[in-house]
Design a protein around this ligand. Structure first.
Ligand SMILES: *Cc1c(COP(=O)(O)O)cnc(C)c1O
Length: 367
C-alpha cells in the first residue's frame, strides 16, 4: 500500500483472503458496471433491485445453508437495520461488551432495554437472562409465555474485531435456547475463513442451524462491500419490510454485488480452499513470532496499554516499511491501546519473517 508517497507492507487489512485485488472480482465488478451501470438510481423496493443483488442473495443463502439471505449496503447498515426490526420498546437486547459499534448502535436505536454483559462471560449473560425471566414470571400467574411477551435478543460476534478471540457459540446457543431468547451472531471476521465450507465459526462449531440471525459482511474476507443477514425465509421477508436501512437507502452499486458474488464462488472453489489454507499457514507463522495471542484468528492484538507506547511502536514499524496502526480509545477501552495486526493469504512467508524482525525492534513480545 502507498501512504504519503511511500510504499508500505500492509498488516492492517481485513481482506483476509486477499480477494479485493483478485482478477475474478475486479472483472466481475467491471462487467457489472458495463451491463447494469455505475449506480442503481433507487432503493431496492422502488426499482433498485437488479439481477446482481438477487443472484448474490441466492448464492449467500446457498453458501450459508439457510432459507434466504438479504444484503445491505454495509455491515453497519445491516446491524442498525436488523436489530431495531427485531426488538423494540418493552423488549430486551443483551450485547457482549466488546461487540462492534454498529451492533451497539442498532441495539440503542431499537428502543429495547439494553443490557451489556462482560465479554464472553456466560455467567454474566445468564444473570441478565435469569432476571428477565423472573420479571416475566412475576407479571402473571401463568407459566406459559403471554402473547406479546417481552422478546429477548442476544447479540455477539463470532470473532471479535479488535481482540481476535472467539465467542463460545455452542454455550451461547444452549443458553439462549434455555431462556427462549434469540441469538444474533455477527460473523464479519469469520465468513470465508472457518468451517469445512468456510461459512464461519457457527459452521465450524456445528451450531449454525440454531442461530436465528446470522450476520456477515462482504467487505472483509469477501473482498467487496456490503453486509448480509442469512436466516429463514420468514425472517428475511420480515426484514425486507421492516429494516429501515434496507428500505430507505439506495441499492448498493451493481459492481459491489457482482464482486461479492464472484468472491463467494471463489471461496467455495478449490482455489478458495487453498487460499484459506494459505491464510491459516500465515496465521500460525505470525502466532509463532507475535507471542501470546493464540492464533485462533488472523487478528493479533498486540496490547501495549499506553497510547503513547502504541503510537511509538507503530512508528518503529513504519520506519521499517510496515503499516500496523495503533488502535486507541474509543475503538478500544482506555488503557488497552494496541497495535492491531492482521495477516492475510496475500502475505508471503518472507514478508511475515520481516514483520517478525521489525516487531522485535519494537520490543515485542514483552519479556
Ligand atoms: C467491520 C465490521 C462491521 C461493519 O461492516 P462494514 O461493512 O464495514 O460497515 C460490522 N461488524 C463487525 C464485527 C465488523 O468488524
Amino acid at each position: 500500500m502507498a501512504l504519503h508517497g511511500r510504499q508500505y507492507l500492509n498488516f492492517s487489512s481485513n481482506d483476509y483472503l486477499g480477494l479485493a485485488n483478485d482478477p475474478s472480482l475486479k472483472e466481475a465488478a467491471v462487467e457489472a458496471v458495463r451491463q447494469f451501470g455505475a449506480g442503481t438510481g433507487a432503493a431496492r423496493l422502488i426499482c433498485g433491485s437488479l439481477r446482481p443483488h438477487h443472484e448474490l442473495e441466492e448464492a449467500l443463502a446457498a453458501f450459508k445453508g439457510t432459507g434466504a439471505a438479504l444484503t445491505f449496503a454495509s455491515g453497519y447498515a445491516t446491524a442498525v437495520g436488523t436489530i431495531p426490526a427485531l426488538v423494540g420498546r418493552g423488549d430486551l437486547v443483551i450485547v457482549d461488551r466488546l461487540a462492534h459499534a454498529c451492533l451497539v448502535d442498532g441495539a440503542r436505536l431499537s428502543g429495547a432495554t439494553l443490557r451489556v454483559f462482560a465479554h464472553n462471560d456466560l455467567d454474566a449473560l445468564e444473570t441478565v437472562l435469569r432476571r428477565a425471566d423472573q420479571r416475566a414470571a412475576g407479571s402473571g400467574p401463568s407459566p406459559a409465555p403471554a402473547p406479546g411477551r417481552q422478546r429477548i435478543l442476544i447479540v455477539t460476534e463470532s470473532v471479535f474485531s479488535m481482540d481476535g478471540d472467539l465467542a463460545p457459540l455452542p454455550e451461547l446457543v444452549a443458553l439462549k435456547a434455555r431462556y427462549g431468547a434469540w441469538l444474533l451472531v455477527d460473523e464479519a471476521h469469520a465468513t470465508g475463513l472457518y468451517g469445512a465450507q468456510r461459512r464461519g465459526v457457527a459452521e465450524a462449531e456445528g451450531v449454525a442451524s440454531q442461530i436465528e440471525v446470522q450476520m456477515g459482511t462482504l467487505g472483509k474476507a469477501l473482498g467487496a462491500a456490503g453486509g448480509f443477514i442469512a436466516g429463514t425465509r420468514v425472517l428475511i421477508d420480515y426484514l425486507v419490510n421492516r429494516a429501515r436501512s434496507f428500505m430507505f437507502s439506495t441499492a448498493p452499486v451493481p459492481a459491489a454485488a457482482a464482486a461479492a458474488l464472484a468472491a463467494l464462488r471463489l471461496v467455495q472453489s478449490d482455489q478458495g480452499r487453498a487460499r484459506c489454507a494459505q491464510l491459516w499457514e500465515r496465521v500460525r507463522q505470525v502466532a509463532s513470532l507475535a507471542g501470546p495471542p493464540t492464533g485462533l484468528s488472523p487478528i493479533f492484538p498486540l496490547i501495549l496499554g499506553d497510547e503513547a507506547e502504541a503510537l511509538r511502536a507503530a512508528e518503529v514499524l513504519r520506519t521499517r516499511g510496515l503499516f500496523v496502526p495503533a488502535v486507541r480509545f474509543p475503538t478500544v477501552a482506555r488503557g488497552a491501546a494496541r497495535l492491531r495486526l492482521t495477516v492475510t493469504a496475500a502475505h508471503t512467508a518472507a514478508q511475515v519473517a520481516h514483520l517478525g524482525e521489525a516487531l522485535a525492534a519494537t520490543g515485542w513480545p514483552p519479556q
